[in-house]
Write a protein that binds this ligand. Structure first.
Ligand code: CUA
Length: 321
């Protein structure tokens, strides 16, 4: 949309059309009903007004047919909105498997982003056109919200939690990025841009600048520096569970239940190790709260995620006992 006064933001992601179609449908239905109700209201007010002080209207009895009509039609319209809305919602919340993961950390008052290859950016995100991008969003301080109107995505950045959103940009260009949750004095300045580039240009952009350290490599270093290896030994002789191949799999807990070792569980295990101990182990791990930053946590998680068993090999996570 190129008019000087655009009614909707530009549509620049594969989700944008879907969101707009649903929005316009709901707007159309509610608009028609609103107009219909105004007209009926005016008509009835005039047609059935009290004409003199001794005017006595005739008594009215119910009409089953009329009541059924005004119950069933709105019900069906609501069902359409619900089913359609659920479809769009699930599509928005299920990133494709081939998506590249960009980590997003909100902080008063800036957006810190990191590419899977390690490049870091502040208040700017460069992405290739046509590629699915999964955002793993968190915050270091208060609640922010990552909002790119042209992509129709908005997701809260909540401290202590990883929220995900995804998009596939459909055309090259520069798009607004906002913080959409009031987060303090400079909330209104917590803005940035998303630069969508043709894939070749994105490769050139990635190659420019100093060679970065990927989160996996940074995480591996931290893993060594923090002496995690002393207990999490790869030969299942350590005091902690073997981490090889554990990511994304269900883990049996000492309390008897199971949990999937996802980003949130790994994060919790680093910051509050005693919260959900793996079955067969003692709660001996110290907390790393205050010792690792959000970015370091993301790197550690990326490293643990990278510890995959070569396909075909049996998994001995020490966790499935
Ligand atoms: Cu961050 Cu508003």
């Amino acid at each position: 949309m190129n008019s000087a006064f655009p009614l909707v933001p530009e549509r620049a992601s594969s989700l944008a059309g879907e969101v707009d179609a649903l929005f316009l449908f709901i707007l159309g239905v509610t608009g028609l009903f609103a107009v219909g109700i105004w007209i009926a209201l005016l008509f009835f007010a005039i047609r059935y007004r009290r004409r003199s002080s001794d005017d006595r209207p005739a008594e009215i009895h119910g009409s089953l047919a009329l009541e059924l009509v005004w119950t069933i039609i709105p019900f069906l319209l609501m069902v359409v909105m619900f089913v359609w809305g659920a479809k769009v919602y699930f599509h928005m919340n299920r990133p494709p498997d081939d998506a590249m993961t960009v980590s997003v950390v909100g902080k008063r008052w800036m957006w810190k982003l990191q590419h899977p290859t390690g490049q870091r950016e502040i208040n700017e995100l460069h992405v290739p056109v046509g590629r699915a991008v999964k955002l793993v969003i968190t915050s270091e301080d208060t609640i922010h919200s990552f909002f790119v109107p042209a992509f129709r995505i908005k997701k809260d950045a909540v401290p202590g939690r990883y929220n995900t959103a995804w998009f596939r940009a459909t055309k090259a260009g520069t798009y607004h990025l906002f913080c959409a949750e009031y987060c303090g004095t400079e909330h209104s300045r917590m803005i940035g841009r998303v630069v969508v580039m043709p894939p070749e240009d994105y490769q050139t952009w990635l190659a420019g600048g100093p060679a970065p350290e990927s989160p996996v490599v940074a995480g591996e270093k931290l893993f060594t520096e923090l002496n995690c290896l002393t207990c999490h030994r790869p030969d299942s002789a350590g005091r902690g569970p073997v981490l090889l191949g554990i990511f994304g799999r269900p883990v049996n807990l000492a309390a008897g239940d199971t949990v999937v070792a996802d980003e949130a569980y790994v994060r919790e295990s680093i910051l509050s190790p005693a919260a959900r101990v793996v079955a067969g182990y003692q709660p001996v791990m110290p907390t790393y709260q205050g010792q690792v930053s959000e970015e370091q946590l993301i790197a550690l998680i990326a490293y643990i995620q990278s510890l995959q068993v070569p396909s075909g090999a049996p998994v001995d996570g020490g966790a499935s006992r």
